[in-house]
Design a protein around this ligand. Structure first.
Ligand SMILES: N[C@@H](CCC(=O)N[C@@H](CS)C(=O)NCC(=O)O)C(=O)O
Length: 199
């Protein structure tokens, strides 16, 4: 299997960490999303990463579809609990982390893709409101570490790794639990050190 991805992407990091956790081998193929290569557009009309190409040549996106696919391939460990109510809670945690990532990515893209005279601060502020509310909730309700990890841990690992990379010093204040969470996660999942979003 081949994953079209970028090392800095939080959604890619979530999937790469999950595959590592499940001992599923995936060849990582870095792609540029700024000037998307034909291979990415052919696999995913949205030109977004992560995009998975399976051994059967099937293409899968987005990151949550890939997570569910990996989970279905897993032998011993799982990304989602079996009990419906526990599974719903993990899926909600993943949806919240991914939604915050969407907002952070929009803040980054405002400057990356628009010219300075068209930057629209109220739009950026609106995204930061989502990020702040989401992080406050997560600071109150961080995923805890029991025996097993799940998709919520990998989603939060991707999100916090991306914030540490793109906005260091801009999200940590008063969020003590969340600030400490990455080192606790690294203890539970040492591969976080190398698999978290990076450039
Ligand atoms: N909902 C998607 C979001 C993926 C996403 O936004 N990826 C970004 C990189 S972090 C991307 O591909 N951006 C390129 C673009 O929007 O054109 C997922 O969960 O995979």
């Amino acid at each position: 299997m081949k994953l079209l991805y970028a090392p800095a992407s939080p959604f890619s990091a979530k999937v790469v960490m999950a595959a590592h956790y499940l001992d599923i081998d995936i060849n990582l193929e870095p792609v540029d999303t700024v000037a998307p290569a034909e291979a990415l557009l052919a696999a995913n009309p949205l030109g977004k990463i992560p995009t998975l190409i399976t051994d059967d040549g099937e293409t899968l996106y987005d990151s949550r579809t890939i997570m569910h696919f990996l989970d279905s391939m897993a032998e011993e460990k799982r990304l989602y609990p079996r009990k419906p109510e526990k599974r719903a809670a993990v899926e909600r945690m993943e949806a919240l982390c991914d939604g915050i990532c969407d907002a952070v990515v929009l803040v980054v893209y405002e400057k990356r893709y628009r010219t300075p005279e068209t930057w629209h601060q109220p739009w950026v502020d609106r995204q930061w409101d989502k990020i702040r509310r989401g992080l406050d909730y997560l600071d109150e309700n961080p995923p805890i570490f029991k025996k097993k990890l799940n998709a919520g841990h990998f989603a939060l690992g991707g999100l916090l790794g991306y914030l540490m990379l793109r906005f260091p010093g801009e999200w940590e204040e008063h969020r003590v639990r969340l600030t400490r969470w990455p080192s606790a996660f690294e203890e539970a999942f040492p591969a976080y050190r190398t698999l978290k979003p990076h450039v």
